[in-house]
Design a protein around this ligand. Structure first.
Ligand code: ADP
Ligand code: ADP
Ligand code: MG
Length: 488
């Protein structure tokens, strides 16, 4: 492989290019009109505009991307995550054009892209699954029967769902018919596939996933777990490896189950098998993501394996150069996704300009980002600015380092999840390891952020403003009420 095109943007495009360059491979970037000045465009050896800002007019234009690749002697395409990374049609088109797709086969992508097909594929391998039904369901009466069988609350899930979207919790029988109708119509419009199914809603689960790596010669290994339970909207914000709660026995059992899932999918390359675990450390297969995962760096740090390098080597047809026995966990890594979102305001996107942007540096600190000071965070794409990752010999030290790194990360011009990260790193539940996917709901108090790092003088000023605002609000309330009375 002499030259690869990265069909993506932002931090992941840069991250892939860095490894390609290290391996002596030339890189080609694509970009939308909104990303003309992005670092991934500057970093690449060649860069081509693929269209206007909206992703369906640029980063999702399969034929256009392949045309560029062919015109410029590209021999491999890396899809990153999101966009076309889990699109079996794209993988096939790339291969048909005589270019290597750096990822699994269209078959594996297709099977694992549907949560129902995935369950079907692994069912003979003895993988524990969340109780529920394993086929699409439309009949409400049947759904009620099944839901009563497994017991409420239940979760209605879109088979084609992803990115935390397409899920509805149903607490009781009376709500089921309406929720199901909504879930089906949402799934149709969001994923073009209205298939939904029912899973038991696991009360207080942790999300723990296993990284796998497979070559074309029948070798499949796992690279241990990532703990991803700190989520908002069913989507991860803080991840770490290893998990604070897995015993060596459960780790081994989950690793072996993940390898079986990969084998069932005839998997090649890097993939992730996601599980939920309950408070008894029972684990249940959720789904497999057939791509590089956002949070892959924590695994790279604790294993010393460059996952992108492995993806490229496997795509070139090479054998894995290590066995399961060669892999060891060393140290601890924590990742914070730095999103342009306002944690005080329900994690709503907070787009704007990076008026100040200064990253922390130091031993054990890794920042994977795709922006520079002065740039806008476009509204068209995922609002992730960067991933801040720290690595140290122990969990406590990695957390300490994370606190320091957050303090040294200066972003002005928009709200970010950095203060939320600080909140998590300070919280007893996180420090003790005793947390689950409901951390945000159970423990997060946005009020505690605003006053986090202020000096005493700033605090006094903020307090004065607050008192003033409250006074004004009271005046408004009184006005509102008096209008109300008058109208009666
Ligand atoms: P991971 O599963 O790698 O931890 P996410 O669930 O946050 O990460 O998703 C990875 C990326 O893929 C994000 O950019 C997210 O917006 C995007 N993504 C995932 N699934 C979908 C989907 N079905 N439709 C659109 N974007 C998706
Ligand atoms: P996606 O494709 O959107 O990533 P997943 O099936 O991986 O969907 O689930 C995403 C998140 O939703 C999980 O990490 C977990 O927080 C929650 N979740 C999914 N299934 C269940 C379940 N059966 N019970 C409780 N929570 C669940
Ligand atoms: Mg998932």
């Amino acid at each position: 492989m002499q030259k690869i095109l990265i069909a993506n943007r932002g931090e992941i495009a840069l991250r892939v290019m860095r490894t390609a360059r290290k391996m002596g491979i030339k890189t080609v970037a694509i970009y939308s009109e909104a990303d003309r000045h992005a670092p991934h465009v500057q970093f690449a050896d060649q860069a081509f505009c693929v269209g206007p800002a909206p992703s369906n007019e640029s980063y999702l234009k399969m034929d256009k991307i392949i045309e560029i690749a062919k015109a410029h002697a590209v021999d491999g395409i890396h899809p990153g995550y999101g966009f076309l990374s889990e699109n079996a049609v794209f993988a096939k088109k790339v291969t048909d054009a005589g270019i290597t797709f750096i990822g699994p086969s269209p078959f594996s992508i297709e099977v694992m892209g549907s949560k129902l097909a995935a369950k079907e594929a692994v069912k003979d391998y003895g993988i524990p699954m969340v109780p529920g039904i394993d086929r699409a369901i439309e009949d409400v009466d049947l759904a009620i029967e099944i839901a009563n069988d497994i017991g409420f609350p239940i979760l209605i899930k879109a088979s084609a769902g992803g990115g935390g979207k397409g899920m509805r919790i149903v607490e009781k029988e009376e709500e089921l018919a309406e929720q199901m109708a909504r879930a089906i119509s949402e799934a149709k419009s969001a994923f073009g596939d209205g298939s939904v199914f029912i899973e038991k809603y696991i009360a207080s689960p942790r999300h723990i996933e296993i990284q796998v790596l497979a070559d074309r010669h029948g070798n499949t290994v796992h690279l241990f777990e990532r703990e991803c339970s700190i989520q908002r909207r069913h989507q991860k914000v803080v991840e770490e490896a290893p998990s604070a709660v897995l015993t060596p026995e459960v780790r081994k059992a989950m690793g072996e189950a993940a390898v079986k899932v990969a084998v069932a999918a005839k998997y090649e390359g890097a993939g992730t098998v996601e599980f939920l675990i309950d408070d008894q450390l029972n684990f249940y297969f959720l789904e497999m993501n057939t791509r590089l995962q956002v949070e892959h760096p924590v695994t790279e740090l604790i294993t010393g394996v460059d996952l992108v390098e492995q993806q490229i080597k496997v795509a070139r047809g090479e054998q894995l150069s290590f066995t399961q026995e060669d892999l060891k966990i060393e140290g601890h890594a924590v990742e914070l996704r730095v999103y342009a979102e306002d944690p005080v305001n329900n994690f709503l996107p907070s787009v704007g300009t990076l008026e100040r942007y200064q990253i922390p540096v130091g031993e054990g600190i890794r920042v994977d980002d795709g922006f520079k000071e002065g740039m806008d965070i476009p509204i068209y794409y995922d609002p992730m600015i960067a991933k801040l990752i720290t690595y140290a010999p122990s969990r406590a030290l990695a957390i300490e380092k994370m606190k320091q790194a957050i303090a040294d990360y200066h972003i002005e011009g928009l709200a970010t999840t950095l203060p939320f990260g600080r909140f998590v790193m300070d919280h007893d539940a996180f420090l003790s390891g005793n947390f689950n996917t409901h951390f945000v709901k159970q423990h997060f108090k946005p009020d505690e952020l605003a006053f986090g790092k202020e000096t005493e003088a700033e605090l006094a000023a903020l307090l004065a403003i607050k008192v003033l605002e409250e006074g004004q609000q009271r005046v408004k309330d009184i006005k509102h009420h008096s209008n109300h009375w008058r109208n009666r």
